[in-house]
Design a binder for this molecule. Structure first.
Ligand code: NDP
Length: 497
């Protein structure tokens, strides 16, 4: 049984090109609605089989898949590098982080989702009550290209661990990564196509939304997320929305400035700034602003793009270059100071690290996702002003705070799905923690117990143990029973203040 739908007769194809040099690295079928529907139909049968294996057998198979990915990590990292451009060592780090979450999902699914007894109430004391979390059957996963293993596996691994079959539509920029992952899965679970890949452009993703999947796990931009929700609304298909961000890093007066500058540089420039949780804005207490900026610029000056040994790669999507240029132009035209880089440093598909200061609050470099190796750095009079500016935007994905004494107090006031104190993005790497956003960054969670529950529905079951001494839900109810029930209500609730 094929895991990718390449055998189902799609005629049209699309090319994948290396963003660093334009070389062709692959050609894949464009799967249309009929082929996506076929994949989902096959997946339903595979999903029944997979669910019936139970938690223990699924854990063993997911462990085998994890080992297969780990053994093939060099090859997989090279495919990531060729398709979307990030350095091979960063690709391997991404794979390592994804494996941690895969392991956690496989080993904790039964504890989080398995059947368990819960307490009944005084009025239902004659019933046993149980809750369990059942798979949807088939989950459709739509993934982006920027972390083409870590991000989709946040949905794929958890959906599989919960007992679903998965039909995965990778980004048109990284289909080879998706096919590799599904082929690796098929080597360890050859009996049924539990994980299939459909390839194509946005239309293929749209077809998956309109197919008979039980849920869509979407990761991508906010604009596409809205289209996905609209398509899913037609069949009332539930959706998980992991969308864009405009995360900020806050530097308090008592922060370790070296550590904060290093986090800002890594958080803003790694993966060429193409990170949903990437640092795009930095707010710095006025007392340490000058010292911090000196360190920030010095560190960022050591990073460049465009050479084979460079620590950051190209901008993956050609159209993103226009967005980056537009944001820089808008900010500079309106008075921003260029501390490093600038518009002139956008040659070909590479963008050199750029740092802007004194950017107006309503400039697009502050309000919209730039998705390039750019940072805005802003002086604030105190942490109240920093928090106000951080929370002013429409996104609410993540955040970073550097402070020796007030980190927790500042973090508590940031409106975001996760915050890391005195480090960048750690909350996304700890398997027990949920990851997701609020506002324009979406809703629902991957990772941790919430990430498992996202791909299952709660099912409640009761079993009568003995007839009720107080039969309430019957027309045989007498005035005496009503009076007893009434007294109970008074006892239980009327004095609750
Ligand atoms: P896009 O929104 O462009 O695409 C995401 C996925 O949706 C791709 O597979 C894409 O296919 C598909 N798609 C496009 N149009 C449709 C449609 N009409 N219906 C269904 N699916 C469709 O995002 P990018 O791939 O450019 O990824 C970058 C974005 O992802 C950034 O905004 C980033 O912040 C966000 N992101 C969020 C994360 C989070 O955890 N919140 C993590 C990682 C990234 P195709 O590529 O073929 O167009």
């Amino acid at each position: 049984m094929a895991t990718s739908m390449k055998t189902l007769g799609a005629v049209a194809t699309f090319e994948v090109r290396n963003p660093a040099n334009g070389a062709m690295v692959g050609r894949y079928p464009i799967h249309r609605q009929a082929e996506v529907d076929d994949a989902v139909a096959i997946a339903h049968e595979a999903g029944n089989w997979w669910a019936a294996l139970g938690f223990t057998e699924r854990r063993q198979r997911l462990d085998a898949w994890r080992a297969e990915i780990a053994q093939g990590r060099d090859e997989l990292a090279r495919i990531i590098h060729a398709e979307m451009g990030k350095p091979v060592s960063d690709a391997k780090l991404e794979i390592a982080m994804a494996l941690e979450h895969l392991r956690w999902a496989a080993h904790n699914a039964e504890r989080v989702l398995g059947r368990r007894r819960v307490r009944s109430s005084l009025l239902t004391v004659n019933h046993a009550a149980e809750v369990e979390y059942r798979p949807f059957g088939v989950v459709g996963v739509i993934g982006p290209w920027n972390y083409p293993v870590f991000t989709p596996l946040g949905s794929v691994s958890f959906a599989l661990a919960a007992g679903n079959a998965v039909v995965f539509k990778p980004s048109e920029y990284t289909p080879g990564v998706g096919v590799w992952l599904a082929d690796a899965f098929a080597r360890t679970t050859p009996e049924r196509p539990v994980l299939q890949v459909v390839t194509g452009l946005g239309e293929t993703g749209n077809a998956l939304c309109r197919s008979k999947v039980g849920k869509i796990g979407f990761t991508g931009s906010t604009a596409t997320g809205k289209k996905v929700m609209a398509a899913c609304a037609e069949n009332l298909t539930p959706v998980l929305m992991e969308c864009g961000g405009k995360d900020a890093l806050i530097v308090d007066a008592d922060a370790d400035l070296d550590a904060a500058a290093e986090a800002a540089v890594w958080g803003g420039l790694s993966n060429a700034g193409q990170t949903c949780l990437g640092v795009e804005r930095v707010y710095v207490h006025t007392e340490v602003y000058d010292a911090f900026v000196t360190k920030l610029v010095a560190l960022a000056s050591t990073i460049d793009a465009g050479r084979p040994e460079s620590k950051i790669g190209p901008i993956t999507m050609p159209k993103q270059l226009d967005v980056i240029r537009r944001h820089l132009e808008d900010a500079i035209t309106r008075g921003a100071r260029v501390l490093l880089g600038g518009i002139d440093t956008v040659p070909g598909q590479f963008v050199q690290p750029t740092i802007l200061a004194e950017v107006p609050d309503d400039a697009t470099a502050i309000t919209e996702e730039t998705f390039g190796p750019t940072l805005t750095v802003t002086r604030v009079r105190d942490m109240d002003e920093a928090i106000e500016k951080v929370n002013a935007g429409a996104f609410g994905l993540g955040g970073t705070v550097f402070s020796r004494h007030s980190g927790r107090a500042i973090a508590d006031r940031i409106r975001a799905g996760g915050v890391s104190i005195n480090s960048f993005v750690t909350h996304a790497t700890i398997p027990t923690l949920p990851l997701g956003g609020v506002g324009d960054s979406g809703f629902g969670r991957v990772h941790g117990p919430d990430g498992l529950a996202e791909f299952a529905y709660a099912k409640a079951t009761t079993r009568q143990l003995f007839p009720s001494p107080l039969p309430l839900t019957t027309f045989r109810r007498t005035t005496r029973i009503d009076a007893v029930a009434d007294r109970l209500v008074a006892l239980l609730h009327a004095r609750s203040r």
